[in-house]
Design a protein around this ligand. Structure first.
Ligand code: ME8
Length: 517
């Protein structure tokens, strides 16, 4: 029986203080691959992404540009949303934290924390990094090259003195420690050890409101205070499900997918807020690695900032998606370059998979007038190929994707594609046309079935190309899932009036960009 249980996946919500960069695209695509894979498995999926619009960072950027924060957020949030659309990211909701339902949800969780006796007024005196929107203890700071104080992330910090609401984070120390030690809650394991060490050294209460600016969610019943931006930002995961009204069965979230720099917020602050508000905790938090441009961090001063939408326009959405999942072990840092994208796309999508489909379908169109070949008895080589492909689509690929070993999943798919290529070379259907037309038909039918199965299995990664190929193959919508494409659909389809017409290349050959040539 297919597992139809709910699966709620979220990305971090991005600061729209500028346009999206490749790191944002990477996270959105990875989340989309996971969401699409779960749908393919038959799960009921809800997928949320969006923009995190409050806080000092947004307020200061707007001030620099002589505009209101709302105006800056409106413009930039639009770029994030259109990036998701351009990259085929299949979100159910794109949330903006400036939306009224989000203010309502944030005030509700605040009141729930207050009702638990976890909020009190005091004076905050300490270090704050606007870039990280984070408070740091003096002991965490590092020294910059000029002797200045920097956050552990290397960003500037400023001394802040303010009247502020505090959250009793210290009260949750033991529960948080137990949570962090729960297998499967936080992955990869390297991030877990870091968080455990942070909690073990003792948690201080957290300043959760600001009075020096007003760009945020108003603290209920406390004139002049807006919520610390992370309090409202994290609450977005509830807003999207209708909190404080009935959230249906998608909460607790199945997976918060975030980058490694914001693990502390998601595995310490967020669970503590939820414990205080008496809400269930997310099941799984995964902190992915950072994507670097030829090994370097992108920055405006280095002039190496890449617009992910331009990258997709240049190389193709699916080539970019495939590259990002294939190139980097999920969880670790990785690097990209135009050359590397072109090489993977041409070699693996174009030569290995695209050509396999092109050769097989072209041959059917030309020599069988497009009629699907009949299966006329199997030989050992055919059975061996079916077994190899089935092992990939029924076991290796789903297991890897389920465990978020996305790169391994793609590798398992590619191995099965290679097996098909070895089969077509060994069976050489073009030599059978005159010598043994019946055997030729069986070979082509075998390939046809394997190609359809592999197209379905890789559809989370390259959705548009897979759909195009499955259209050419004539695979009906209800078979475009892992169970469907493993069932006995071929004979009825072969007996239908579906015809293969001369297929267009799925992955046109990419050229290396001039500047790199
Ligand atoms: O952190 N490679 O927003 P953000 C991969 N608003 N991922 C990267 C990256 C890179 N080079 N750079 C950033 C925020 N990211 C908060 C989140 S959630 C309630 C609030 C990831 O725009 C980063 O780790 O700075 C984060 O997961 C996401 O992009 C948004 O980063």
């Amino acid at each position: 029986m297919a597992d139809t249980s709910p699966f709620y996946i979220t990305t971090a919500i991005s600061y729209p203080n500028g346009k999206p960069h490749i790191g944002h695209a990477y996270e959105a695509i990875a989340a989309d691959v996971i969401a699409r894979f779960q749908r393919l498995q038959g799960r009921r999926v809800r997928f949320q992404t969006g923009t995190d619009e409050h806080g000092l960072k947004m307020a200061r950027k707007a001030e620099e540009q002589g505009r209101t924060p709302a105006d800056l957020a409106d413009e930039m949030s639009g770029y994030f949303r259109s990036m998701c659309d351009a990259l085929d990211v299949s979100y159910d909701r794109f949330i903006r934290t400036s939306e009224p339902d989000h203010h309502r949800a944030s005030q509700a969780i605040w009141q729930a924390m207050e009702a638990s006796g976890d909020l009190y007024l005091d004076r905050y005196e300490g270090w704050y990094s606007v870039r990280d929107e984070a408070y740091y203890d003096a002991s965490e700071l590092v020294e910059g090259e000029g002797g200045e104080k920097l956050s552990p992330q290397g960003t500037p910090v400023e001394w802040t003195v303010e009247e502020s609401w505090f959250f009793r984070l210290s009260k949750y120390q033991d529960q948080l420690l137990a949570l962090l030690k729960t297998p499967g809650f936080l992955e990869p394991a390297s991030r877990r050890n870091e968080m455990i060490a942070f909690v073990e050294q003792g948690l201080r209460d957290l300043s959760v409101s600001r009075t020096s600016f007003d760009w945020g969610v108003k603290v209920p019943g406390s004139e002049g205070h807006v919520m610390y931006v992370w309090v409202d930002a994290l609450t977005n995961y509830l807003t999207g499900l209708g909190y404080p009204d009935d959230m249906g069965d998608f909460w607790p979230a199945s997976l918060h997918l975030i980058g490694k720099d914001i693990v502390r917020f998601h595995t310490i602050y967020w669970p503590a807020f939820l414990m205080s508000a008496n809400l269930p905790l997310p099941k799984h938090v995964f902190g992915h690695g950072f994507l670097l441009n030829r090994g370097q961090k992108e920055s405006k001063s280095l002039g190496n900032v890449t617009d992910p939408v331009e990258l997709a326009e240049r190389f193709g959405v699916d080539a970019l998606r495939y590259f990002l999942m294939r190139e980097v072990a999920f969880g670790q840092d990785g690097s990209y370059s135009p050359e590397a994208i072109v090489q993977r796309a041409n070699g693996e999508l174009g030569n290995a998979f695209g050509n396999l489909a092109q050769r097989t379908l072209g041959f059917i169109a030309k020599n069988l007038d497009g009629y699907l070949p009949a299966i006329r008895g199997h030989q050992e080589a055919d059975t061996a190929l079916f077994e190899a492909v089935d092992q990939a689509i029924a076991k290796d690929i789903p297991e890897a994707f389920e465990n978020l070993a996305l790169q391994q999943g793609v590798e398992a798919w590619l191995q099965a594609v290679f097996a098909c290529n070895a089969y077509i070379d060994a069976q050489a259907p073009w030599t059978l046309r005159k010598a043994d037309p019946e055997r030729m038909e069986t070979v082509l039918a075998t390939l046809y079935i394997c190609i359809a199965q592999l197209a379905v299995a890789i559809s989370p990664v390259i959705p548009a190309s897979s759909a195009k190929l499955l259209d050419t193959l004539g695979i009906p919508g209800d078979l475009r899932n892992l169970d469907g494409i493993r069932s006995h659909w071929y004979s009825p389809l072969a007996e239908s009036d579906h015809r293969i017409i001369a297929p267009a290349p799925l992955f046109p050959r990419l050229e290396l960009p001039d500047e790199a040539a």
